[in-house]
Structure formats: C-alpha cells, structure tokens
Design a protein around this ligand. Sequence first.
Ligand code: SAH
Length: 372
Amino acid sequence: MNEKTDLKNMTLSALEQFLQGQGKERFRALQVFKWIYQQDAHGFEEMTNISKALRSELAETAFISNLQAEAIEEGSDGTRKYLFNLEDGNSVESVLIPIEGRNTLCISSQVGCAMACEFCLTGTFKLTRNLSASEIVNQIMAVKRDLVRNPPALQTGGAALVENDDDENDYGNEVSPTAIRNIVLMGMGEPLHNLDNVIPAIQIMIDGNGLQLSNRRVTVSTCGLVPEMERLGREIPNVNLAVSLNATTDELRNRIMPVNRSYPLKELLKACREFPLPGRRKVTFEYVMMGGVNDSLDDAKRLLKLICDIPNKVNLIPFNEHEGCDFKAPTQAAVDAFHKYLIDRHVTVITRDSRGGDISAACGQLKGKLSK
Ligand code: SAH
C-alpha cells in the first residue's frame, strides 16, 4: 500500500527531511510549512510560489489534513465547545474560553484516557487511541477559523484556566478576540501519555514559521507521569507545566488517581522541582476540590507544605458533578476557606469558576461521543 503522508504531522525539520528525501531543495520545506500554518492552505494548488510541476508531484505523495467542527455549542458565559469527528469515526472535543478578549483554547490529546482517575468523566472511558500530531494541531486551526468568522462577544470576569499572562513582563500584550492567546492541553486525554505526538504538535505551535504561539502561552497538564515529565522538560524546556495534584496524601491519591501508585507524591514533587522553567515562571498545581474528600483546612495545610519549595501557583477547581460519579462539589464555604488559607500565606491562588458548565464543557466533563 502506498499511503500518502499527512504533512501536518511534521515539524519543520521533519518536513525538510521529507522533501530532501524526495530530492527537493531545503527551502521548499519552509515555503510549504508557511503555506500550511500561516495561510491555512488546504491543498497544494494554493501554493502559488511553488511551480505547478512540484505542486502536482507533492500531491502524489502527500496531503494536508484538516478538521472541521461537527458541532459548536456556546454556553451562557461565552464558552464554546467544539466537537470534532476524526477520520476513523472517533471524536474529541476542544473548549474555547474567551475572557476579556483573551482567548484560551483547551485541546485534547487522546480519545479517552488510560489514567482512570476516579473523579474524571473522560477517565471512566478507557483509552481508545492517541491523537496524531496533526489531529492536535488541527483542533487549533479549526477554532482559529471559527474565531475569525464569528468572534466572541467581550466577556468579563471569571478566571482563565491558567494565568499565563505575566503581563507586567509582556510587551506584545495586545488583546484580540479573534486570536488564540493561550493553549492548554487540558482536554480529553493525558498529554504525557502521548508525547511522541504531543511534542511535534507543540513544536509546530511554537514555531515562528508555524502557528507562532509563544511557548510561555502553551501549558501541558499532567496527572503525574514522572519519566515523561522529565522527557518533556528535556525536549521542550520552555512550556508551562501544570500538575493535577488533587490530593495531599499518598493514601488518598492512590485511591483517586491510580497513577500515584507508580509515581507517589515524593517522586512527583521532585520532578516538579527539577522541571526546567525559565525565569519567574511557576508550576501550576491543579487541585480539584471534592466535598468531604480533600477540601478541609488540613488538606490546605498539607498542600502548602508539599509545594512550598517549588515556584508555584494553585488552581482550585470545585468538582463538577457528573452522572455515575459519587463525588460531590465542595461547599462555597469550604472553597473560600481553602482559598483564603493559601492566599493568607502568599500563595498565588485562582479558583476556577465552572465555565461552560451548562454545555458540559467544564473540567472533567469532556467525552466526545464516547459511550459506555
Ligand atoms: N490528564 C491531564 C489533562 C487533563 S486536565 C491531567 O490530568 O492534568 C483536566 C483537569 O480537570 C485535571 O486537572 C483534572 O484533575 C480535572 N478534573 C477532572 N475531572 C473533574 C471534575 N469532575 N471536576 C473538576 N475538575 C475535574
């Protein structure tokens, strides 16, 4: 079988190798790469600075994949959930969170998830498969097109998924409702369980000739796969790291996050400490608060102790209830007390509001079209 190659799975250097392998000049790769990511070319016929002969030659061995949203739902708070059908009939979701003209896009890295966290809806479905690099990047490109066609109304208030906006140090700080500002890999799947595809996807995102995102605005979130954290830090040292901590004792974490049985808290925190973050950047610790499970002041106290020697910020996420899961949302009083405990001790804390709750786009509610 002579299958065509999807060029959107390739970083610029992979594309250079691919074209060199076909006897083409090296600069052709840059031309094609720019057509794909900066002009959003869907086919070779659009690439007018490349000869017709070469274009038709390329079309014989390669193609440029795309995703188109099958459905777009908009919540009352402006959050948009995109459903993408993949080639093989599987589907994934992405969520756009527009706040004050700053768009954060939450993308998926797998169909389903193998990590089986007890409280997460995606995790109750097993892993179906990894997304390819092109399927990861194409979520972003499809949403970009939608933003241009249909810019979100100005929304105010609410906390972004992660505050990557170290604005005091940010010169290119223009606000644009039609651009994607932050990418967070916090949708379906465990990104560090699919690094072979996530790494090239991020390289395409942050390539100045590719999607031109700043690496400080790309955040990878993990449940705590320690060896893969080390690999990510080695291969893309400048992206932001978020860690879903969710428990402050191994006993509880073992129970609600099976990954902890392989990489207990001590090892996880050591990997956080050693993760190469430039300058003033911090590790984001996500903490899903579940009523009566991990929402006491003792938990807050232990949390602070665990992370105090790591440059940190904390994202408190009140548990979003979903059917078939017995965990309960925390009371507002518990959230407030937990938040205050940390703030009073000079921790940067953001309590996430449940954006997108009315369209099942909130944290832990994504499932594509998976069914049991
Ligand atoms: N697998 C990665 C990326 C997913 S991020 C990770 O675990 O970090 C999704 C975030 O939503 C995680 O922080 C997870 O702990 C949180 N989450 C999962 N289910 C949730 C729920 N029902 N309510 C609130 N947050 C939830």
